[in-house]
Design a protein around this ligand. Structure first.
Ligand code: FE2
Ligand code: FE2
Length: 425
């Protein structure tokens, strides 16, 4: 039986000393950001690492085989990577197929991606000849891109667990019920010619997927497109549990208040906002039973929790141009005396932005209302936090937070309203 071999985990090194750098606008590729963040969705759904990227490779090859236009394949590319973004993985919301499909489509619209990408995700659970699924569409009523998404993810899951032959057998068996028989024929023909499975075992599968994107789209750090993607992924993370509800936006608002009070330039405040919105991406890999456990965590549970910033690091580090972002976002539980996690980084190696994020994270965690307690008032929160400075939390950042007058604020703010918000600090 042939199965996917997963890359062995690597040790994550300590960062170098923080550098004071001149701001240079970083040009990032939209496809690279979305393909990296799709690894966070794999954590959330419990799929094997790289599931979304491998589904993307398979779906793009099928799309090319049936002659989809360049524009259609461009829309399909993002739908394949983001097909699971509506899955919140929580135990407290209604996670029906319909709910997931609608939530996924609205998140994709929030990211500023095309309406056709959103509609593809909305109908990706429809079966060819079973109107009981999702919106009850049948056969040619189902958008062909949605049919490809279902086919590609089914193939990927069978491939990973049982190998190539089992994967083609399974879609043959479901032909005419789940899948359009013509689409299955095109896929099995592609497989017989050896063109379907190539490079799927490549540890650099993300690069293979990126080569299949028909049109490269680039963004800068202060582009609204990047901001919208960060906001959408923050909402995906925060939906996981009532314990994290709107936490990422609360940390972003507190971090921006500190940065603004310290007179950081606009680009650095925006950088802080993005690092804060993405800082807990790795929590998508922590089971809700651990996140929501009312009592003390046992050793194994604590180890799982302790590693969540390392997942954030790995996901963000894979994006060209996000080196600094990965370090700052993944250092939010570090302490100046080196007793924090996940690397125990000493204060001398923690940048100002990392220190700001650590203060903002504690501030929001204590201020926010939790299912088991009300939020604490700002004076009490600051009183508690002062006991942790300067040995654990940075004193200057904590003073800036106090001076900013910021109170707990977990509202999601879009880029258009951001300037007005920042001027209030
Ligand atoms: Fe965290
Ligand atoms: Fe956090």
């Amino acid at each position: 039986m042939e199965t996917i071999t997963l890359a062995p985990s690597v040790r994550i090194p300590l960062p170098g000393p923080p550098l004071r750098r001149e701001h240079q606008p970083v040009l990032v590729r939209l496809g690279a950001v979305v393909s990296a963040l799709s690894h966070a969705l794999d954590l959330s759904t419990g799929q094997f690492p790289g599931h979304s990227v491998r589904s993307c490779i398979l779906g793009m090859r099928i799309g090319e085989e049936i002659g989809l236009s360049e524009q259609t394949r461009s829309d399909l590319f993002y739908a394949l990577l983001l097909k699971d973004c509506g899955y919140s993985g929580n135990t407290w919301a209604m996670d029906s197929k319909r709910f997931r499909a609608e939530r996924g489509a609205s998140l994709v619209r929030l990211m500023g991606l095309s309406d056709r990408t959103a509609r593809t995700i909305l109908h990706a659970d429809e079966h060819w000849d079973d109107p009981r699924q999702a919106a009850g569409l049948r056969k040619t009523e189902i958008p062909v891109m949605s049919q490809i998404v279902l086919l590609a993810q089914t193939l990927e899951m069978c491939l990973t667990t049982a190998g190539e032959h089992a994967a083609t057998d399974s879609i043959d068996q479901l032909s005419g019920r789940w899948f359009d028989p013509d689409l299955v024929r095109a896929t099995t023909s592609l497989a017989a010619r050896g063109s379907l499975w190539a490079d799927l075992r490549n540890p650099q599968a993300t690069e293979v997927a990126l080569r299949l994107e028909p049109r490269r789209k680039m963004m800068t750090q202060d582009d609204g497109a990047l901001d919208s993607i960060c906001v959408a992924f923050a909402q995906i993370v925060d939906a996981k549990s009532p314990f994290t509800f709107n936490h990422s936006s609360g940390v972003a608002n507190a971090a921006m208040a500190i940065g603004r009070t310290l007179d950081l330039p606009w680009e650095r405040v925006l950088f802080l906002r993005h690092a804060a919105l993405l800082h807990d991406l790795g929590k998508l890999g922590v089971p809700n039973a651990v996140l929501e456990k009312p009592g003390k965590l046992d050793d194994a549970e604590w180890e799982t929790m302790r590693l969540h910033p390392s997942h954030t690091w790995r996901i963000l580090k894979a994006i060209p141009g996000f080196d600094e972002m990965s370090e700052v976002a993944a250092s939010h539980h570090e302490k100046l005396n080196g007793t924090g996690y996940f690397r125990g980084i000493p204060g001398a190696l923690l940048s100002l932005e990392a220190r700001i994020l650590a203060v903002a994270d504690v501030f929001d965690a204590l201020s926010a209302k939790r299912p088991y307690r009300d939020g604490l008032p700002p004076e009490l929160v600051l009183q508690i936090m002062r006991k942790d400075a300067p040995h654990a939390l940075d004193e200057t950042c904590l003073e800036a937070l106090e001076q900013s007058g910021a109170e707990s604020d977990q509202t999601f703010i879009d880029l258009q309203n951001l300037n007005r918000k920042l001027n209030s600090y």
